[in-house]
Design a protein around this ligand. Structure first.
Ligand SMILES: NC(=O)c1ccc[n+]([C@@H]2O[C@H](COP(=O)([O-])OP(=O)(O)OC[C@H]3O[C@@H](n4cnc5c(N)ncnc54)[C@H](OP(=O)(O)O)[C@@H]3O)[C@@H](O)[C@H]2O)c1
Length: 268
């Protein structure tokens, strides 16, 4: 932290912090960013700055799905799709910490990683259709979308919940954005098909777009420091190779977890 506003409490110049800036305040590919104190927390002491950078977006999203939205309880069955991805690799660990039995979908080469992260059941999505082998789930976290989401509804037990982070959005998202009420109607139209499918199966569907939250990042920092969670990093690029990092992600070349852009010139 290089400067602190006069109304800011609890932070000092020199503090090592981590954050996901709130919507409309994006700009993380930069040496400096002005950020609301409500979005910031001290970084987990046990992580390097590079490791901490991999955490906020995915850990907040995982927390907001598993804790805020679904209130996962010990013994519940949770399916986390794309377990080797940035979000999935974090959500598996958090769901295990909450006491759930966790199933995940992953490619053949990702099986060892997702088992090491705690997955109890692994379905290789390149060889098997998860909806044919899984049933009776309390919660599905979908980050794949499309047919994957529609099939996810069928593995839920009655009353179960499917949360997608890739859409389609629902009226709750319009509300979260503070958008006019007609936007809620539009978003409900966009998700009408999947909501109708959910209703006919006796299950629920919600869209989630994560929100900045410094207080949750403090809670999460304690979980990283106690070893309950660990960041999964695929590769680190130096800042002057940010475009290469973006292309690497866009081309789907990541094998597991997050890609980090570092201010350290020699990082790679
Ligand atoms: N709304 C929100 O708040 C929010 C928050 C975070 C992320 N997201 C979104 O969620 C999506 C995933 O993000 P991410 O960071 O986790 O992505 P990522 O790190 O790029 O992960 C992609 C993973 O997807 C897996 N995959 C590909 N096709 C699959 C399939 N058919 N079934 C199961 N797994 C499959 C791959 O696994 P293998 O390597 O094992 O093949 C890969 O590891 C992105 O679209 C992102 O924008 C949204």
């Amino acid at each position: 932290m290089t400067r602190v506003g006069s109304a800011v409490r609890g932070f000092e110049v020199g503090d090592e912090v981590y954050a996901r800036p709130r919507d409309l305040r994006i700009g993380g590919f930069a040496e400096f960013i002005a950020i609301d104190q409500g979005d910031v927390a001290p970084k987990p002491a046990s992580l390097t700055l590079q490791e901490a950078a991999a955490v906020p977006l995915v850990a907040l999203a995982a927390w907001q799905v598993l804790v805020d939205r679904a209130a996962v309880k010990p013994g519940q069955k949770v399916l986390i799709h794309a377990g080797a991805g940035g979000l999935g690799s974090t959500a598996i660990q958090l769901a295990k910490h909450l006491g759930a039995t966790v199933a995940t979908t992953a490619g053949t080469d990702s099986e060892k990683l997702v088992r090491d992260l705690g997955a109890d059941v692994v379905v290789d999505y390149t060889r098997e259709d998860f909806s044919k082998v899984l049933s009776g789930y309390d919660l599905v976290l979908d980050s794949v979308g499309g047919a994957n989401l529609e099939k996810s509804l069928t593995v839920l037990k009655p009353g179960g919940l499917a949360v997608s982070v890739v859409g389609p959005p629902d009226a709750g998202f319009a509300e979260q954005l503070g958008a006019p009420s007609f936007m809620g109607l539009i978003m409900n139209i966009l998700s009408r098909k999947v909501r109708k499918q959910a209703k006919s199966l006796g299950v629920r569907y919600r869209f989630l777009f994560m929100q900045a939250n410094g207080s949750q990042l403090r809670t999460l920092a304690a979980l990283y420091d106690s070893g309950k969670l660990r960041p999964v990093i695929d590769r680190t690029f130096p800042f002057d190779r940010t475009l290469e990092a973006m292309a690497y992600v866009e081309q789907g070349r990541t094998k597991a977890g997050k890609v980090v852009v570092s201010m350290e010139p020699d990082s790679e």
